[in-house]
Design a protein around this ligand. Structure first.
Ligand SMILES: [Zn+2]
Ligand SMILES: [Zn+2]
Length: 742
């Protein structure tokens, strides 16, 4: 739209961050309306408040209507902060996820910009001569040597920072004196933390095997084309090296790359790896950064000062000046999906963004999601296979331990303990996997049978020893560890089951001469602690790593030769049809940490149900075969990815209120026959954990073989959901492509 067009239109549609679906119309500000552009932030009156909104579109005023409009108060950005692709991405995701655009737009800005702060790097104060000052004879200042010095430096250097003037011993009084007399001018300038570097080659690229080479060349050829690749490589096959080298060429042409990673914990490792190739042109973006760092990263990306951005889920919204490729590493990972409020999938948004920008996407994984595999099968994605480990090592061998009738030591079998000792004796590292943190998942009173239920959830509170407390892992509620049974007063308790704290205690006692590192979200709460653990592992000394899924993701531990899976059965009997896909992915990923370098690796898998088809499949087959089977199964049941799914959740302090809310919604929604014939509705049903954080949750599942019918159905529902009458006491949400039911 040209400036002239804007002038002729007299209403401005502004997006405001409130949970309503509509945009709000304002009159252009009384002056400066020429500066109004789509994507700029503005201050607008809203009720009694003033809010920061984003200019979205322009429209003509309906002359017949008497409606009164308010004026935009102020334009905050002369240059719009969002480009047209960002705007299209926001619009698409609002339609797709049925979520208010005004709220979505706030995902595109770091908090301070959202609140209306200036989009600038940190500013520094500078001094320069005025023209009057330029012609000033220094001799006239002999009685003020400090001022004389400043004038002479400025004549020589043109400008200097206020700080360096102070360093020269020039006082503020002297500076202010010259400013008052009109000889010197003080001004502020942004100080970018980024230096644009020339294309110097840093570390030379690693030698690739033929499979890797083929993959690199394929991706390189796709630049400027919107092609989606699945980089499907077994654990340790060097997927990172492949996209690193492909990106190198794209970046050398002046474009940017966005790398999405599943976990903050992986950021330092990834950043370090990229810096070897790209030096300071790499930056990471995630929630652990402080506000200044976030704004700097945001500005660096949007002004094109940084070439490579590595970030978690929310980085998919970063505006980038010249994006050339997106990589989604570990594309199957659940963390790419936001599970609350705006329930977007960063992977799917990345795919749409790449379509808008006409650039390639690389989805990398050793255990691709079933949706992705289906798209490969239908030739929507191109697959690049890496079947060999980059180091030439073999995949680890599996050894199953049948736990039936076995005596265990805090969950560990004799076989696993002996194998651990053997590897430690050889100077190797061992990884023990248990996806359950805390000391014990429950405590029971031996006298009366009281158990540590959470008051707010249908769940037990976990016993934690360090510090001693009860902790609900679902609502985060915490209670002191009871000294007496709340029910009968006895102090004879049984802590039932085992978590990582308890296994750690045992391992330390059993292997007193070896260091045991427990790595879970409790032990890594401090910002830097995960890195400290990795440094410890990198030393290569014999060590036992005990951890949850934090250890399963993408890490390269060259000295780990044995992986012990304590409890392969957890998750086998999930009520969610996606449960088995998750278990297979997790097991394959954990197992993949073994024997990645020169020494061969081994996996010991403990289970009570070795004849379960899934356990059998993992031990004897491969993830690929397993996924193929699972796909066939899903196809025959017509469930995702062979149909499209959405859920509507209702939460309230009373169970029946949540249920009735959904029933009412269904009754009163007039759905065209044409749509409903293609839509299958399941529910309302209580969620798998009905009571959570003090509210009762019910849900409605909607399946359809037609994406557009599913959306039409949701549109009808959504319009009703916003009726204030219906929503009293109930909090609702819509989840398109739900991934988890917990
Ligand atoms: Zn009791
Ligand atoms: Zn709870």
């Amino acid at each position: 739209m040209t400036d002239n067009q804007i002038m002729s239109l007299d209403l401005v549609e502004v997006l405001i961050p409130i949970p309503l679906m509509e945009k709000f119309s304002y009159l252009p500000p009384k002056n400066n309306s020429k500066l109004l552009k789509q994507g700029s932030r503005v201050l607008v009156p809203f009720g009694k408040r003033t809010l920061v909104g984003v200019v979205w579109s322009f429209s003509e005023r309906d002359k017949s209507s008497n409606r009164k409009y308010k004026y935009i108060k102020e334009i905050l950005d002369e240059v719009p902060l969002l480009d047209s692709n960002s705007i299209s991405l926001a619009e698409w995701s609002s339609r797709y996820y049925h979520y208010p655009l005004g709220e979505i737009i706030s995902y595109f800005f770091p908090p301070s910009l959202r609140k209306g702060k200036e989009a600038k790097f940190r500013e520094t104060k500078y001094l320069e001569l005025t023209s009057k000052g330029f012609f000033l004879e220094e001799e006239t200042l002999t009685r003020a040597p400090s001022q004389q010095k400043l004038i002479s430096i400025l004549k020589d250097k043109k400008e200097m920072t206020l700080k360096s003037a102070q360093a020269f011993g020039i006082s503020n009084a002297a500076v202010n004196g010259l400013i008052e007399k009109g000889f010197v001018n003080r001004f502020s300038r942004e100080l970018s933390p980024y230096k644009k570097l020339e294309n110097k080659q840093l570390s030379s690229p690693k030698q690739l095997n033929p499979e890797q080479n083929k993959a690199v060349n394929a991706i390189k050829k796709a630049k400027d084309k919107n092609i989606t690749y699945l980089l499907d490589g077994i654990t340790g096959s060097g997927k990172t090296e492949v996209y690193l080298q492909a990106i190198q060429e794209i970046v050398n042409e002046g474009k940017q790359a966005l790398i999405l990673i599943p976990e903050i914990g992986l950021a330092p490792q990834a950043e370090e790896r990229f810096r070897e190739y790209f030096g300071d042109r790499v930056m990471s973006f995630h929630s652990a950064k402080n506000e200044r760092e976030k704004v700097d990263a945001w500005l660096g990306a949007s002004r094109g000062l940084v070439d490579i951005i590595i970030g978690t889920r929310s980085s998919v919204f970063l505006p980038m000046k010249n994006l050339g490729i997106i990589v989604v590493d570990e594309e199957h990972d659940l963390s790419f999906k936001q599970m609350e409020k705006f329930r977007y999938s960063a992977r799917d948004m990345a795919l749409y963004r790449a379509k808008l920008e006409k650039i390639p996407v690389v989805l990398a994984s050793a255990t691709p999601s079933l949706e992705t595999l289906k798209n490969v099968k239908e030739e929507k994605y191109e697959v690049l296979k890496l079947n060999k480990r980059a180091t030439g090592a073999n995949l680890p061998t599996y050894h199953a331990v049948d736990l039936k009738g076995k005596e265990l030591h805090e969950g560990l079998s004799k076989e696993l303990l002996e194998a651990t000792q053997t590897e430690l004796d050889k100077g190797n590292q061992v990884l023990i996997f248990l996806n359950r943190r805390g000391y014990a998942p429950s405590m029971i009173c031996k006298a009366c049978g009281w158990i540590s239920n959470c008051d707010r959830c249908d769940a037990l509170m976990t016993v934690h020893k360090n510090p001693l407390k009860l902790h609900c892992h679902h609502c985060e509620a915490q209670k002191p560890y009871p000294s007496k049974c709340p029910s009968c007063g006895s102090d004879d308790f049984l802590t039932y089951g085992f978590g990582t704290e308890r296994v750690e205690e045992f391992l330390r006692g059993h292997f007193p001469d070896t260091k045991t590192l427990r790595i879970d979200s409790d032990s890594t709460r401090k910002k830097e602690s995960l890195n400290e653990y990795f440094d410890e592992i990198k030393k290569g000394e014999p060590i036992i790593l005990l951890g949850t899924q934090l250890l399963a993701k993408g890490h390269h531990f060259p000295n780990v030769t044995l992986v012990g899976i304590i409890d392969a059965d957890s998750g086998l009997f999930s009520a969610d049809f996606r449960g088995s896909e998750r278990v297979a992915q997790l097991m394959t990923q954990v197992a993949g940490r073994a024997g990645r370098d020169k020494k061969p690796g081994r996996v010991i898998l403990q289970s009570y149900c070795l004849d379960h088809p899934q356990i059998e499949e993992i031990i004897t087959g491969s993830y690929e075969k397993f996924a193929k089977k699972l796909l066939e199964e899903r196809k025959s049941y017509k469930i995702p990815p062979f149909s499209f799914q959405a859920k509507i959740f209702a939460e309230s302090p009373k169970s029946l209120v949540s249920r009735d809310f959904i029933l009412k919604l269904l009754n009163q929604s007039k759905i065209e026959k044409q749509i409903s014939s293609n839509v299958r509705i399941v529910g309302p049903l209580p969620s798998i954990m009905e009571k959570k954080s003090g509210v009762y949750r019910w849900e409605l599942s909607i399946f359809s073989s037609s994406r557009s019918n599913l959306h039409k159905f949701l549109d009808v529902m959504q319009s009703r959901l916003y009726e204030p009458k219906l929503t009293k006491q109930v909090r609702w949400s819509i989840d398109v492509d739900p991934l988890s039911s917990i």
